[in-house]
Each structure stands twice: as structure tokens, then as C-alpha cells.
Ligand binder design. Structure first.
Ligand code: NAD
Ligand code: ZN
Length: 358
């Protein structure tokens, strides 16, 4: 069976296009129900705050992403939106707008879904468990690489697992891609999130699930990453923003691989963020992605990034076993990377050795 793939309905791209956000939202404001702005709290007090097109009755929620999104946080934010709209005598929000990096975009997706679906976000971690369409939701990325702006998942850490809410309803209705908003991202963060995109491409392009659709997007995204991280190119932020989009499109119709499986284990047990966790894991994967790892190290050198080392120093045996469990749940990733008989190649001991080298 071929996947009938849901895409973002509308895309606007260009320097300064953020200024059109008010116009775009105007067509969604059919009643006096509020628009909910979920904005990364890094922008509190920054010029972007004054540019938010808030109208009377709208809700502004500053979200904190020091930790990657948890289901409990999604439940708390959803409850807050419900309480505040109820107190104001309003109905379901007209729109949810997420402004920030992958974490904030994922929080906005999750809240828009949970406003129309009962229970906790943790009940929906998995594939196609969502029953009701979400509230209209829109993303404005301020950090590029994750591809969350185009994906059908919102990656959440729940009580038992780190797993996305994967559904057609998760996909954004609109994205606003304004490269100017990437200005001011700290260099190491820009690199780690950018490498998420690079690694999406390498894992997609060398996987067994590869097809012409994924290859077309993956090759373009890879070429853009090379320009951004190996050359002194003009319009680097414009290119990085489109690399993220294309990289996301590439994995949407294929899959990621070994690096992402290991990185999820690092995230769940040690709280290591996705981008940096990917880089730490990828650096150990010469056996699986020899050319990619070599080029990644050139990018590290060119961008003068020092990767954290010896991260397993304080990890207990129990933690390492849990990391292996979390990594092994992600069966499609292993199958994509290593083929149908991946279990013969990837033993618990092999995964443990890879973790211990990090
Ligand atoms: P992030 O959203 O976690 O943000 C990282 C840091 O950068 C934060 O401190 C944030 O405040 C800061 N930041 C964001 N924009 C900034 C700006 N313009 N200027 C200065 N600082 C800024 O980072 P990320 O790497 O974009 O996202 C990682 C998250 O994305 C993880 O939770 C991961 O699981 C998720 N993810 C989701 C998908 C998906 O398809 N849904 C795919 C890959 C990763
Ligand atoms: Zn990723």
C-alpha cells in the first residue's frame, strides 16, 4: 500500500513575509473567537514581540523549551487555553499559531490537536490515533532544520516513551517562512538544528526505503546544507530554511535511520536535545554512513563547533539499558537503515558499544 501523503496546505516564503501574518489570520477569524499565539519565550522583550499581530481577546502564551516538549506540558497548555477562552465566554480558538523552533512548532501542533480531542496527549503517541480534526494551526519557524514545519508528527516525551503524535491532522494548515527570523540564533544552536536536516538527508538517501520522491527532495536539501555549512554563501538563512523544508519532505516519504534511533535514546534518558544528540550519535556512525560522517566532520571544523564528549560518563547500567530499549522501539528506522534482517545486525551489545563511545 502506498501512503496517501497529506501536505501543508499553504506556504508563504520571503524576507519580511512575517508582516503578512495578520492578513493571513484575518480569513480564519470568522467569529470573535481568539487566536492563540504560542511563542518561544526567548522572544519575550525582543522586537518580534511588538510585531505580533494580536487583536483584542487573543491569547499570548510564552512557551518554554529549555526541555523538549513533554505530554504533561501539552496538557497544561491546552488546559490553560480552555480555561481562558471559557472565562472570556468564547468558543474554540479560531487558530493556533506557533512561533519558534521545532519544539515550539511541535507544542503548537499538539495543542491544536488536543483542543478537539479528549484525554491526554500521551494517549495519542503513536500512529493515526487522533480521531477529530485539529483547530486551524499555523507555524512560523525561527530556527531551521527539524522539518517540523512540514511533517505529520509532533515529537513528545511522555511518561513511558518519546514518540510523536503522527496523523494527517497534525500537519500545519499554513506555514510562514521568513528567513529574517533566523537572525540572531546562537551559532552552535544553528549548527545543531541545521545538522538535524543534514542527517535527515543522509539517512533518507542511504536508506532501503528510498524512492524517487524522497531522493528528489533529499538531494536538493543536501546540496543546500553543503552550501550553508561548507561554503561562504550569500543568503545562507534563506537556503537553510528551504533545506529544512526539503529535508522534511524527503523523510516524509522515506524514513530516518540509525542516528535518529540512538538520539531518541539519548533524549529520553539523559534529556539531551535532538539536534546536539544527533550530532553526538552521528559522529560515531562511520561504519554506517562513512561519506556522511566524513563530510559532517568537515562542517564541524568549518563552523568551529566543539561537540560535547564523554557524555555517558555518569550514566548507570540501568540508564544505558533503557536507552537501548528506547532505540529498539523504533523498528522502521532500523529497517530503513539496515534492511529487513536488521535484528541480526543490530544487537543490544552493538548499540551499547555505540552509546559507550559517545
Ligand atoms: P528548539 O525549538 O528546541 O530551540 C532550541 C533553542 O533555540 C531554544 O533555546 C530556543 O529558545 C532557541 N531559539 C529558537 N529560535 C531562536 C531564535 N530565532 N533566536 C535565538 N534563539 C532561538 O530547537 P530545534 O532544534 O528547532 O527543535 C528541536 C525539537 O524539534 C525537538 O523537540 C525535536 O524532537 C523536535 N523535532 C520535531 C520534528 C517533527 O517532525 N515534528 C522533527 C525533528 C525534530
Ligand atoms: Zn531529526
Amino acid at each position: 500500500m502506498f501512503r496517501n501523503f497529506k501536505m501543508v496546505s499553504r506556504v508563504i516564503f520571503g524576507r519580511g513575509c512575517f508582516n503578512q501574518l495578520d492578513d493571513i489570520l484575518a480569513s480564519e477569524r470568522k467569529s470573535d473567537n481568539p487566536v492563540v499565539f504560542m511563542v518561544d519565550d526567548v522572544f519575550e522583550g525582543r522586537p518580534l514581540e511588538k510585531r505580533l499581530p494580536l487583536r483584542q481577546g487573543d491569547l499570548l502564551l510564552w512557551v518554554n523549551v529549555d526541555q523538549e516538549p513533554k505530554t504533561a506540558y501539552v496538557d497544561q497548555l491546552t488546559g490553560q487555553v480552555r480555561d481562558q477562552t471559557k472565562q472570556a465566554g468564547k468558543g474554540l480558538p479560531a487558530a493556533v499559531v506557533g512561533i519558534g523552533g521545532g519544539s515550539t512548532m511541535d507544542l503548537a501542533k499538539a495543542v491544536s490537536l488536543m483542543l478537539t480531542n479528549p484525554g491526554s496527549a500521551a494517549d495519542y503517541q503513536g500512529w493515526d490515533l487522533i480521531k477529530n480534526p485539529a483547530v486551524y494551526h499555523l507555524a512560523v519557524p525561527t530556527l531551521s532544520g527539524t522539518g517540523s514545519e512540514v511533517s505529520r508528527t509532533t515529537v513528545l516525551t511522555g511518561p513511558e516513551k518519546k514518540l510523536g503524535i503522527n496523523s494527517d491532522y497534525t500537519v500545519f494548515d499554513q506555514i510562514v517562512l521568513d528567513p529574517e527570523l533566523l537572525t540572531g540564533v546562537p551559532a552552535d544552536q544553528r549548527f545543531y538544528t541545521g545538522m538535524d536536516c543534514y542527517i535527515h538527508c543522509i539517512e533518507s538517501l542511504s536508506g532501503t526505503y528510498l524512492n524517487a520522491f524522497s531522493q528528489a527532495y533529499g538531494e536538493k536539501a543536501l546540496s543546500l546544507c553543503r552550501q550553508v555549512f561548507l561554503e561562504d554563501c550569500r543568503d545562507a538563512d534563506d537556503k537553510l530554511m528551504m533545506a529544512s523544508y526539503f529535508g522534511g519532505m524527503s523523510i516524509a516519504y522515506s524514513q530516518v535511520g540509525v542516528c535518529h534511533a540512538l538520539s531518541y535514546g539519548l533524549g529520553f534518558v539523559l534529556g539531551i536535545h535532538h539536534g546536539v544528540g544527533n550530532c553526538i550519535a552521528f559522529n560515531q556512525l562511520e561504519e554506517y554512513y562513512p561519506d556522511g560522517v566524513r563530510e559532517f566532520r568537515q562542517m564541524l571544523a568549518k563552523q568551529q563547533i566543539n561537540l560535547p564528549t564523554n557524555i555517558m560518563a555518569g550514566a548507570s547500567d540501568r540508564q544505558i539499558e533503557k536507552m537501548i530499549d528506547v532505540a529498539l522501539i523504533l523498528e522502521p528506522l532500523w529497517e530503513n537503515a539496515l534492511g529487513k534482517d536488521w535484528r541480526k545486525q543490530m544487537t543490544r551489545q552493538k548499540i551499547k558499544d555505540l552509546y559507550l563511545a559517545m
